[in-house]
Write a protein that binds this ligand. Structure first.
Ligand code: BG6
Length: 508
């Protein structure tokens, strides 16, 4: 097989300082540091790039560097692969401690930044990364503005950007409030709401696959597509995040962001350009066209579940209610399935089934587009309803790739039919695993490219769709929780929901 690799030249990231609020937290250790170190290994960080970590804990620069070294060794693929690169990178790590609610801490940071920027070549460019608990986002932004650290035109040199981690609000009202707080200090083009799914190579590939090939687009609509299934199943439980998860649940944790992003990329129209505004506009239109689920419709269009104890990979695991920080009578959903319709010329009448859950049988993320059956029976030995449907699967995890299932004749006198598939694997074709999502997103932010980030209005619309379900679930006691054992594929009610349409969930 010949492989012609064509890539668009990427403009270089600009020199900047990245100020991480919440630098002693898990995200910094597990994701941000390994991603930055990996960029350093690939020599993709801009000249003069520096990190200034900030958090409550008291630490010297040296202590921070040691901690980050441990983090990179533990969480970077292949560990600390190059000691010299690490040493060079570690010299660019600094730490400033301070309490988030203390105005004095922001004054000190502001003074530190002014001095720091004179000495380093960051040209006054600043990326603020909010990696703290979400209830601190608003207060931190206000304090930054008051200390002159951020803001629209308060500095003569350099740009300021802010990266905001999920969750962005916990319902429509709180998301709107946070958007207002952000916009009091920043223009929308300075704001980078991060969703790590958008940084995954295979997620970005959905757009390239759809709009870089002419043969799929003509059949990508209600005339040919029977239904679409989007799944993000996990084998992990809530691990050490019980406190957060109790308030979140899977609809807030996975649907409002990751699953809705996959839905939008699969269903959107071609944008006029592969540029932030054009892509955001088309994704927004998908959510605008999603039929709202009314309170009376929740039981027909949504299913919730919570895991009980069970076996995962041959190991006995606890029920959700026994996890640290989970309430013993918790009503939090760890599984959900939704059936959505998109009222547009392209998709009217085509159901989109979305599901996600913790402690399921397998870690798998994919979008499967199932096409309609052929219209008539030609092969007597194989009635048309026994033919397997054509399914195009965009696999995001594991074995990232694409496969297309079709029917072929089994050799022999009779015309017997069997399902086969054409498979493309990233690993086989390109010889390496795709880059980590955070690497892509951090570099994009340094370049000022917000295409793979989320705009304020998309966030609000996504909450508008989920709010009625969240409200209904909050008011009504769930039936029979826990209703699926760990290690299964979810509650029987979810099978019943899709079963009422004469369909089944895929068991990838
Ligand atoms: C995060 C959620 O956003 O995504 C986690 O908060 C979840 O609960 C994770 O485990 C899944 O991401 P991935 O990349 O492993 O599919």
């Amino acid at each position: 097989m010949t492989l012609e690799v064509q890539s668009s030249p990427k403009t270089n990231a600009e020199p900047c300082a990245m100020i991480i609020f919440g630098a002693s937290g898990d995200l910094t250790r597990r994701k941000l540091m390994p991603a930055l170190y990996s960029l350093a290994l690939q020599r993709r960080l801009p000249d003069g790039f520096c990190v200034i970590g900030s958090a409550r804990s008291r630490m010297t620069d040296e202590m921070f560097r040691e901690r980050m070294r441990a983090a990179a060794s533990e969480f970077s693929p292949g560990g600390l692969r190059d000691e010299r690169v690490w040493e060079d990178f570690a010299r660019r790590l600094y730490y400033v401690s301070g309490a988030y609610e203390d105005p004095e801490a922001y004054q000190q940071l502001s003074e530190f930044m002014a001095k720091f920027e004179r000495e380093h070549g960051t040209r006054g460019n600043r990326i603020f990364y909010l990696s703290t608990p979400p209830d601190l986002y608003g207060p931190i932004i206000r304090q930054m503005a008051a200390a002159g650290l951020a803001g629209r035109a308060n500095r003569s040199e350099g740009w300021t950007r802010i990266v905001i981690e999920k969750p962005f609000g916990s319902d429509l009202e709180t998301a709107k409030k946070l958007n207002r707080e952000v916009h009091e200090v920043f223009d929308e083009n300075q704001v980078y709401r991060i969703d790590h799914y958008l940084g995954k190579e295979t997620v970005q590939n959905i757009l390239v696959f759809r709009f870089g090939n002419a043969i799929f687009e003509p059949i990508w609509n209600r005339r040919y597509v029977d239904h679409v299934q989007v799944v993000a199943a996990e084998t992990v439980g809530v691990e050490n995040r019980g406190g957060y998860y109790e308030k979140a649940g899977v609809l807030r944790d996975m649907f409002q962001n990751h699953l809705f992003q996959l839905l939008c990329l699969t269903a959107m129209e071609a944008p006029v350009a592969f540029a932030a505004d054009a892509v955001h506009q088309e994704k927004l239109k998908v959510l605008q066209a999603v039929c709202p689920i009314s309170p009376e419709g929740v039981n027909d269009f949504a299913v919730r579940g919570q895991y009980g104890e069970g076996m995962i990979g041959g190991r006995q695991v606890k029920a959700y209610r026994q996890e640290p920080d989970a309430r013993p009578d918790s009503r939090t959903e760890t599984y959900a399935a939704l059936k959505l319709f998109i009222d547009s010329w392209r998709w009217q009448g085509v159901p989109f089934y979305l599901r996600s859950g913790k402690r399921l049988a397998k870690k798998v993320t994919e979008v499967a587009i199932q096409f309609k059956q052929p219209p008539l029976l030609l092969f007597k030995a194989c009635p048309v309803d026994k033919l397997g449907p054509n399914v195009l699967v965009l696999r995001i995890h594991p074995e990232e790739g694409i496969s297309l299932r079709f029917e072929v004749k089994v050799p022999g006198d009779e015309v017997c039919v069997s399902s086969m598939s054409l498979d493309f694997s990233y690993q086989e074709a390109f010889g390496s695993d795709p880059a980590d999502a955070y690497e892509t997103l951090l570099i994009d932010c340094m370049r000022g490219d917000a295409t793979l980030f989320t705009r304020h209005d998309w966030i609000e619309l996504s909450w508008r769709i989920l709010d009625p379900v969240l409200k209904y679930w909050a008011e009504k006691e769930p039936q029979g929780f826990p209703n699926y054992p760990a290690g299964s594929w979810g509650p029987p009610e979810a099978d019943a929901m899709i079963g009422r349409d004469g369909l089944q969930w895929r068991r990838p």
